[in-house]
Design a protein around this ligand. Structure first.
Ligand SMILES: NC(=O)c1ccc[n+]([C@@H]2O[C@H](COP(=O)([O-])OP(=O)(O)OC[C@H]3O[C@@H](n4cnc5c(N)ncnc54)[C@H](O)[C@@H]3O)[C@@H](O)[C@H]2O)c1
Length: 360
């Protein structure tokens, strides 16, 4: 079942970060929608990786986006209509260990990509993926809105906020005049099958269960907006579809978070996971943790009102589908990403969500 009709069929789409968790799912989805996808990333840095498991789905080049000349060459040669920018150093704790590299990739990598786009006449729309962490975090329980101030304490969050300023500046200074529509998209804490990154809750759960060791949890009561990877990607795709139709006023910032019931603490996610892995034991990590925000929630009413976008899977379904993916992988040696994409598409249609019927 296809949720986006012919919008992406036959389109050339450049996707940075295609070897990563979210990028590999997006590559899969875009291929299913009939797009010709070309990826630019570093090689997958986990083993296993979702990209390696689905790798025939996407052509691409392994390139550091710091290499602006080669990046320009790739964009010119491939001549995409649409660009999704997901390549980033996305980990908070690693950003404390490698602040320079984090700033370099997240800020200058974005500059290099937008610079390449503005010199490529084929490009019509660019979606830059940032994060819920771009907001100045005051510890408020009310969801952050697109109009709230940018900020960021740790190098990851601050570099992503700076990336948003880069996007805004390129839009105002260059892209707007050239008719290229650029927007930035902020999703929540994304979970789903195929993530094995360090320092992330679900991959940490999987590793602990596979090794039969207790899981050390830094912040069991930290609250996050948990969402399935397909729910973040459906938001990006809705946005891209509108940009491709030339909606200039959509060339701005967007939140794509889960519904409020999915904003839960870490301990609640662990309870959901324990239903699938009864052997899971966790205990609080007593080492001095680096600063991480305790409460983070997103308000997605703008995407709801203007794009008709709402998430498809609630918290329980998100946790369930995530657990089932890893169970299929470890117990049946199966990669069920395509089946889950079909299930997600079916759920969206069945729920009668506005966006799931817009493009057909
Ligand atoms: N996973 C989440 O919960 C989450 C939440 C909000 C936002 N995001 C954002 O979504 C995007 C994708 O995140 P992810 O979870 O898939 O991360 P990931 O670590 O799985 O993937 C990162 C991708 O970026 C690429 N990359 C990193 N440095 C690069 C460089 N210098 N040059 C070229 N490519 C480089 C990697 O090769 C990989 O393909 C990131 O921009 C991240 O900030 C993720």
């Amino acid at each position: 079942m296809n949720l986006f009709g012919q919008v992406f069929a036959g389109k050339k789409v450049l996707l940075t970060g295609h070897t990563g968790f979210k990028g590999s799912w997006l590559a899969l989805w875009l291929k299913q929608l009939g797009a010709t996808v070309y990826g630019v990333s570093l090689p997958a840095n986990t083993y296993p990786s979702h990209f390696q498991l689905i790798s025939p789905e996407c052509n691409g080049t392994m390139l550091d986006i710091g290499n602006k000349d080669l990046l320009q060459q790739i964009v010119t040669d491939f001549s995409p209509e649409l660009v999704f920018h997901l390549a980033a150093q996305p980990l908070v704790r690693l950003s404390y260990q490698q602040p320079t590299d984090t700033w370099q990739t997240n800020v200058m990598g974005t500059v290099n990509l937008l610079e390449a786009c503005r010199h490529s006449p084929s490009v019509r729309a660019v979606v830059v993926v940032t994060t819920d962490k771009v907001y100045e975090n005051e510890g408020q329980r009310q969801g952050y809105m697109e109009t709230d101030p940018l900020g960021g304490h740790d190098p990851y969050s601050a570099s992503k906020a700076a990336c948003e300023l880069v996007v805004q500046s390129y839009q105002r200074s260059f892209l707007q005049q050239q008719g290229i529509l650029v927007a930035s998209a902020r999703a929540g804490n994304v979970i789903g099958g195929g993530d094995w990154a360090a320092d992330r809750l679900i991959p940490d759960v999987i590793r602990a269960c596979q090794q039969g060791v207790p899981l050390l949890i830094r912040h069991p009561f930290a609250i996050r907006p948990w969402q399935h990877v397909l729910d973040s990607l459906s938001g990006y795709l809705c946005l891209a579809a509108e940009l491709l139709q030339g909606k200039c006023s959509f060339s701005t910032t967007w939140n794509f978070g889960p519904s409020p019931e999915a904003t839960q603490d870490v301990a609640t996610v662990l309870s959901e996971m324990k239903k699938f892995w009864p052997e899971l034991i966790w205990q609080q990590d007593q080492s001095t943790p680096v600063k991480e925000a305790q409460v983070l929630t997103l308000d997605s009413s703008k995407a709801n009102t203007l794009l008709g976008w709402t998430p498809v899977w609630d918290f329980q379904r998100t946790a369930e589908q995530t657990a089932l993916w890893y169970q299929a992988y470890y117990q049946q040696q199966q990669v069920i990403s395509m089946q889950q994409l079909a299930l997600y598409s079916h759920s969206a249609k069945q729920q009668g969500l506005a966006w799931a019927h817009t493009y057909n």
